[in-house]
Design a protein around this ligand. Sequence first.
Ligand code: AMP
Length: 187
Amino acid sequence: MKRLIFMGPPGAGKGTQAKNVCQEYGIPQISTGDILRSSIEAKTDLGLKAKSYMDAGNLVPDELVIGIIENRIKEKDCSNGFLLDGFPRTVKQAEALKVLLDGLGIELDNVINIKVDDEELIRRLLERANIEGRSDDNYETIKNRLENYNEKTFPLIDYYKKMALLKEINGIGTVNEIASSIKKALG
Ligand code: AMP
């Protein structure tokens, strides 16, 4: 049983590492980015509301993503734990998550923060843009996503440090090297 948050700037390798950890612990990976992208594809109300923010590399309004998590965490497959990938991204989201988990009588085990410097992130995101063709992986949008990260998400590192939940991981290295640092940190 593990209840985890994976944090880190766009391009840090959160998604890849999260997948490994979820397989290992048999817990669902809850990626707000993936849920939003599927909603856009399915042209749901949520997708229509989120699209313009995502295309510009801005954060989607807190209420929308908090709503996603409130519904998802109550689903049955989360009863043995879960990994939140890309949520929370603002202090307001983190506070809403705390209220939600307190209400359910559950606690987080760890928050993993994967650290990579901006120069390397830009290099990786531009490479991903060529391979995957994600519509939000172009230079302007990438710069905006990093700025948003530094301004709105970075303060969460302190928030979770104060709660004694944070584990910092060096995100430079091979996928296997980083996976083994995460394994060690999770104990
Ligand atoms: P990701 O796949 O995690 O990089 O997310 C892609 C995009 O989805 C982000 O640039 C945001 O526009 C949006 N998004 C995903 N998660 C959140 C969140 N927790 N809060 C606000 N926006 C989000």
